[in-house]
Design a protein around this ligand. Structure first.
Ligand code: CA
Ligand code: CA
Ligand code: CA
Length: 235
C-alpha cells in the first residue's frame, strides 16, 4: 500500500508537468533515490495556498481557523464570504474591484511556486497503469452542470490520466481546479468581477455544506486527494 501511494503521488504530481520525466537516476526523489518528505498543500475554495511542513497537521486547519473568525468551529456563509472577499482584495492589487489578466498572472506565479515546492512535481516517478479514486461526485453540487452519469458505467470525461490529472494544485483543493481563481470567471472574459466572485462564493459554499445546515465544519469537509495520498504514504 505504501509503495502504491508513493507511485500514485508521483503520478499525480507529474500530471502537472508532463515534460519532466523525473529526477536524476538515484538522486533524491528520483528513480532509485530516497523519497523526500513533502510539505502539505491545501488550496482554499478561493484559491489561497496554505502549506504545512511534513508531520504537521494538514493545512486545511490553517485555512479553517482563519475563516472561522468567531472560533466556534463552524464556518458560516457570512464567514466564508468574508474569507473570500479578503482574498479577493489581496489579489486585486490595484483595488479596482476586478481581477484582470495582470493580477491573475501574479497569482499564477504563486501557483507555479507552489508546484515547485512539492518535490514530487519534479522528480517522483510516474508509472503507467496507476489509477486513483478522484473527487466525490457530490461535490459537483452547485458547480458546473455535472456530466450525466450513465448507468453502470462512467465514461471518463476528463484528461486520459483520470480525475487526478490536472496536477498538484488541483489535487490540493476541493474542486479539482488547476487554476482555482479563474473558476470564478463565469463569462470567461479573463476578468473576474466582484460580482462573479460573490456568485462563485455562493456556489462553493452550497457544494461544501453537505448537510445543508448553513455552516461548514472540518469534519464535513472532504479530504482532498492530495491529503488522502499523503496520509496513505505515511502509513
Ligand atoms: Ca464560525
Ligand atoms: Ca484589479
Ligand atoms: Ca469574467
Amino acid at each position: 500500500m505504501k509503495r502504491l501511494a508513493l507511485v500514485a503521488l508521483g503520478f499525480v504530481a507529474l500530471a502537472g508537468c508532463a515534460s519532466s520525466p523525473g529526477g536524476p537516476m538515484g538522486g533524491p526523489g528520483g528513480p532509485g533515490g530516497p523519497r523526500e518528505p513533502m510539505p502539505g498543500l491545501f488550496v482554499s475554495p478561493f484559491g489561497e495556498l496554505f502549506f504545512s511542513e511534513p508531520g504537521q497537521p494538514w493545512p486545511v486547519v490553517d485555512w479553517f481557523a482563519g475563516a472561522d473568525t468567531d472560533s466556534d468551529s463552524r464556518i458560516t456563509l457570512e464567514e466564508f464570504t468574508a474569507d473570500g472577499a479578503r482574498y479577493f482584495q489581496t489579489l486585486d492589487r490595484n483595488r479596482d474591484g476586478r481581477l484582470t489578466s495582470e493580477e491573475i498572472a501574479v497569482y499564477e506565479e504563486a501557483l507555479a511556486a507552489a508546484r515547485a515546492r512539492l518535490p514530487g512535481a519534479q522528480s517522483r516517478e510516474q508509472r503507467p497503469g496507476v489509477r486513483l479514486q478522484g473527487f466525490r461526485s457530490d461535490l459537483n453540487l452547485g458547480l458546473a452542470e455535472p456530466a450525466p452519469q450513465q448507468q453502470g458505467r462512467r465514461r471518463p470525461e476528463r484528461a486520459p490520466t483520470g480525475p487526478l490529472g490536472y496536477g498538484a494544485v488541483a489535487t490540493a483543493g476541493f474542486f479539482n481546479y488547476p487554476q482555482p481563481v479563474k473558476a470564478a470567471d463565469t463569462d470567461m472574459n479573463q476578468t473576474i468581477t466582484a460580482q462573479e466572485w460573490e456568485q462563485a462564493t455562493g456556489r462553493w459554499f452550497i457544494a461544501l455544506d453537505q448537510n445543508r445546515d448553513g455552516a461548514l465544519t472540518l469534519a464535513e469537509l472532504p479530504r482532498t486527494p492530495l491529503q488522502q495520498l499523503m496520509e496513505r504514504e505515511r502509513r
